[in-house]
Design a binder for this molecule. Structure first.
Ligand SMILES: [Fe+2]
Ligand SMILES: [Fe+2]
Length: 313
């Protein structure tokens, strides 16, 4: 009997029963001896095990963790072909696409994004790399917040989500890869990092609240944010073309992630990132439209197009 088991048993009988006259004083003493003995045995057997060495961590790694979970690019074309500069330039991303605000919520969303841009312009001016870091730190939030809230709603409502969660998570991961890429190219100084982190914290709180209150407006905000991202990256490309920003070799992470040529340059990376932002712009405006049309499930339309998904969850 372990001390814990004995303790549980003892709690049933003590203090009244074990010292009851029918048991007598000898019984009480024997019980105390047993407690002391078991405590010593437990002490001996519960010596903390030494922390595993780094070799142990490798040998005990579960099989599933040995399968790399690398981030996948968001554009399907990236998976099937290696991008050259010409490929990236010829990609039709709808460079000047703009969703005209149709109702009050859309107008507020548009106004909020345009207003947020002004201090960013004043603060970063033409420091496009730093501006990109700021943009990506913020832009990686909505997908994760949207996925989390839809996940919780799916659980609470005990119903399927309609195929959004995976796309939203993928968007968040894609934005994080943008950030990781820019951090390889240039690093903001400490006070810039502090400012960016503060802005992101505030945005996270406000956006989470907005998504809980009105996911339709939240996706519209992201749609407009992505329109601004496309514009910012176009200015970034113009600065490189004008020679104001050095067209340095693309970092390794970007070559691997976007399947770029090994001699790719910074300009190719900006083109690839801008193409991703254009896709986020289109998907988020579309998500907002679907909520407005009360036809959220993507699977309904996939069925109509004959693209029957294997799993409809
Ligand atoms: Fe991005
Ligand atoms: Fe984006």
């Amino acid at each position: 009997m372990s001390l814990a088991t004995f303790g549980r048993t003892a709690r049933i009988f003590t203090p009244t029963r074990i010292t009851h006259r029918s048991f007598g004083i000898k019984t009480t003493l024997r019980a105390q001896e047993l407690i002391t003995k078991l405590a010593k045995r437990d002490q001996r057997s519960s010596h903390p095990t030494p922390p595993p060495s780094s070799d142990d961590l490798i040998t005990t790694m579960p099989h599933e963790l040995r399968i790399p979970m690398q981030p996948h690019p968001i554009r399907a074309e990236t998976l099937t072909q290696q991008w050259s500069t010409t490929d990236l330039e010829l990609l039709d991303i709808g460079l000047t696409k703009h969703r005209h605000p149709e109702n009050l919520a859309d107008k507020i969303a548009y106004w909020a994004v345009k207003s947020a841009r002004k201090p960013t312009d004043i603060f970063f001016r033409n420091k496009y790399l730093h501006r990109s870091v700021m943009l990506e730190v913020v832009a990686a939030v909505p997908g994760m917040v949207g996925a989390l809230i839809r996940h919780i709603k799916s659980l609470q409502g005990m119903r399927h989500d309609g195929g959004w969660i995976g796309h939203l998570l993928h968007e968040a991961e894609n934005e994080r890869m943008h950030l990781m890429t820019w951090m390889e190219v240039g690093k903001p100084v400490l006070w810039e990092r502090a400012l960016i982190a503060t802005v992101q914290t505030g945005f996270f709180a406000v956006f989470s609240l907005l998504y809980m209150v009105s996911p339709r407006t939240a996706h519209r905000v992201v749609g407009y944010l992505e329109e601004e991202a496309v514009t910012s990256y176009t200015h970034f490309i113009n600065e490189i073309d004008a020679g104001w920003i050095e067209n340095v070799p693309a970092p390794e992470i970007a070559i691997a992630y976007w399947n770029l040529r090994t001699d790719a340059r910074l300009r190719d990376v900006v083109l690839a990132v801008r193409a991703d932002e254009a896709l986020h712009r289109d998907t988020n405006h579309h998500f907002s439209d679907r909520i407005r049309a009360k036809r959220e499930s993507l699977f309904d339309d996939l069925d109509k197009n004959g693209d029957q998904p294997p799993i409809r969850y």
